[in-house]
Design a protein around this ligand. Structure first.
Ligand code: PRX
Length: 657
């Protein structure tokens, strides 16, 4: 069931509203509210009309073929995503417009115009071809937030290779699992990246990932070549003969043009791994035309992009937000997209505001966890800078609490920028629920309504539609262009995960409520996925990492609410008989999880239990654990180590889980 309804009943009493100003409405890309009805009457016609704005080598024959749970969009169409993101702008006044404005953490800067980007992408695409990469081959990209990351993605798209970007915060082991699942031929990495003044040892991690778990042999046998970008000059002595090649050597002498591959609408564009409810991450499959259209359309209308805007999304391209709203959506629209490599508090806590002021950012897209951090740091940091260039603000990744929304609106937006709270998922490819800022009346804490052409509905356990005031599971009732097509190599899981809860209806695994105006209020995940600072972490992944430690007998993880991160990981651990509880073990286990998965999965708390509370059928009683972690079930959680305590708690909670 959807939990915490008490908290969200309070949220629904939030009654501040912000209708669009006349000034914003007049200039908005879309300001006619009839668009919702029009799209609802004929979603396929709506999407087809939007698809005319893309460049096609050959137009489609059929807009949609829906054999649940499989959708094909724009069947028969031929196009290329890199062509749509670059080439088509070269014949317009955008030719010498900044496409990417990049700033490294140490303060170095680079600007790529569309024409610059064209040459870099073509050269790198030719480089990949010279390494034997062909259409359909998978390429894993493990890079810091540098311009070469979007260049590598676009180069793959240009030649029809499938990219799989792995976030630089993932460990060697997580990288290895993702390489092996995708059977990538090439790994693109860097010697390192800058983060909070230090160097993230990407090449070292990449080298470790290519070894077996015992440090020997080949842990990722599909990899033929490793392309290494020199960024930090920290791994010049680590190049492996015959396997590794420097990015700059690969580029050397490559032709400046490269014919874009004519891709079918439904050809795979990329894979992106995300956490689910098992220990194994899911390779989400996105295809060419539908994905491009979804990101193009939502970016144009929700961010109200104009020719002169300077847009900045602060996400990392290692997550879907960066794919859709740093790279594909903005570039398909011919926008100027800002990219920043490092952390918001380096060298000082005003780095973001320094960037906004320096580049005259007009549209800012960030996450609630960042906003809450800025709130805690205080207004003085943004107040040191002129932020008056901003005209629109966005939020993504987790529910935004009304206080954070108001602070963002007031202190960053100066009280006159619409705040668009955008709900979506790796699987949805593009934003599905968000305001249209020239139409929608905003409410702090609500993502408001579904994008035109999207049919979102809240259902109860039995599959009945939930009306105003009610809560339940968020579902999407009709296919949409940028939806995932399957889980790579695991069709069964695709069907089971998304389409089995309600037949032929997409199950989001998010809880939501509807208010009296029909606006959506998102309540968070209803499955075993924890959202830590907007990053999805599967409880099973953390549990597997913990039991991998020889001192651990059993582990169960849950998400606990956290003031800044939204949620934090709490692990309940049963140690092996011979092992005594100590502070040193807590430190060791936290570090173990960080090494196995990545620092973002490190548990905040480890609570030892002599046994884990389970139902008679052997299921871990997670609700009980959540109540223990939040301090609702036991004042002093350390007493959980006494088996009698577990028994009495189990009695109190019954067997309902
Ligand atoms: O629980 C929802 C939450 O993030 C999940 C998707 O995570 P991921 O695939 O990593 O994509 C994150 C960026 C799109 C969702 O199932 N989520 C995302 N955006 C919001 C949100 N929850 C509430 N409000 C949002 N705006």
């Amino acid at each position: 069931m959807v939990e915490d309804s008490g908290r969200f009943d309070a949220l629904l009493q939030e009654d501040r509203t912000f209708p669009p100003s006349e000034a914003f409405k007049t200039q908005a890309n879309i300001s006619d509210p009839n668009i919702y009805e029009e799209a609802k009457r004929d979603p396929e016609a709506f999407w087809a009309k939007f698809a005319e704005e893309l460049d096609w080598f050959k137009k489609w024959d059929t807009v949609l073929e829906w054999n649940p749970p499989h959708a094909k969009w724009f069947i028969g169409g031929k196009l290329n995503v890199s062509y749509n993101c670059i080439d088509r702008h070269l014949t317009t006044s955008r030719r010498n417009k900044a496409a990417l404005v990049w700033e490294g953490e140490p303060g170095d800067r680079r600007v790529y115009t569309y024409w610059d980007l064209y040459r870099e992408v073509c050269q790198f695409a030719n480089g990949l071809k010279s390494l034997g990469v062909k259409k359909g081959d998978r390429v894993t990209i493990y890079l810091p937030m540098v311009p070469e990351l979007p260049i590598a993605m676009l180069a793959c798209a240009r030649i029809g290779a499938v990219h799989s970007v792995v976030f630089g915060g993932f460990s060697a082991e997580s990288l290895r699992d993702r390489i092996n699942d995708s059977e990538s031929k090439i790994l693109i990495t860097a010697d390192g990246g800058y983060r909070r003044g230090g160097i993230v040892p990407l090449k070292q991690n990449a080298d470790d990932s290519l070894k077996n778990a015992d440090g020997q042999g080949n842990g990722a046998p599909s990899i033929e070549k490793v392309v290494v970008l020199r960024r930090t000059e920290s791994a010049d002595d680590k190049m492996v003969n015959g396997r590794d090649i420097w990015w700059h050597d690969l580029m050397q002498g490559q032709p400046l043009t490269c014919e874009p591959e004519q891709m079918d609408s439904e050809d795979m564009l990329y894979l992106l791994y995300t956490s689910g409810t098992t220990g194994k991450p899911k390779g989400i499959v996105h295809t060419t035309a539908g994905y491009l259209l979804g990101t193009y359309a939502t970016f144009k209308w929700i961010f109200d992009i104009k020719e002169n805007d300077t847009y900045w999304c602060t996400a990392d391209i290692g997550w879907v937000t960066g794919h859709s709203y740093i790279v594909y959506g903005p570039l398909a629209n011919g926008a100027t997209s800002v990219m920043y490599e490092g952390s918001p508090d380096f060298p000082e806590r005003d780095r973001f505001w320094d960037i906004v002021a320096k580049y005259g950012v007009t549209i800012l897209y960030t996450a609630p966890t960042a906003i809450r951090t800025f709130m805690r740091w205080g207004e003085s940091y943004p107040q040191k800078h002129d932020l008056t260039s901003l005209r629109l603000l966005g939020s993504v990744g987790e529910p935004i609490n009304p206080e954070a929304w108001m602070w963002y609106h007031e202190y960053i937006g100066g009280g006159n920028c619409p705040v668009v709270d955008t709900w979506w998922q790796t699987e949805t490819g593009s934003i599905l629920i968000a305001p249209l800022p020239g139409i929608t009346t905003l409410k702090p804490g609500s993502a408001t309504r579904a994008f035109p052409g999207i049919e979102a509905e809240i259902l109860d356990d039995q599959g009945n539609s939930v009306g105003p005031g009610g809560g339940g599971y968020l579902t999407i009732k009709k296919p949409w262009p940028s939806m995932l097509r399957t889980i790579y190599g695991d069709e069964e899981r695709y069907v089971e995960q998304y389409w089995s809860r309600y037949p032929d209806i997409y199950f989001t695994a998010d809880g939501a409520k509807l208010d009296d105006d029909g606006d959506f209020w998102l309540l968070g995940r209803v499955d075993d996925v924890i959202n830590v600072s907007g990053h999805r972490i599967g409880t099973m992944e953390v549990e597997s990492a913990l039991v991998d430690n020889p001192k651990v007998a059993e582990a169960a993880c849950i998400g606990k609410s956290h003031e800044i991160k939204g949620q934090a990981v709490v692990a309940f651990v049963t140690l092996k008989d011979s092992v005594a509880i100590s502070d040193a073990i807590i430190t060791e286990l936290k570090a173990h999880v960080a090494t196995k998965i990545g620092a973002m999965a490190r548990p905040d708390d480890i609570i030892f239990a002599a046994e884990l509370p389970k139902t008679r059928s052997g299921k871990i009683m997670r609700r009980l654990l959540r109540d223990v972690a939040e301090g609702r079930a036991l004042g002093d959680t350390t007493t959980l180590a006494d088996p009698a305590v577990v028994d009495s708690l189990k009695e109190q909670y019954g067997e309902e889980e």
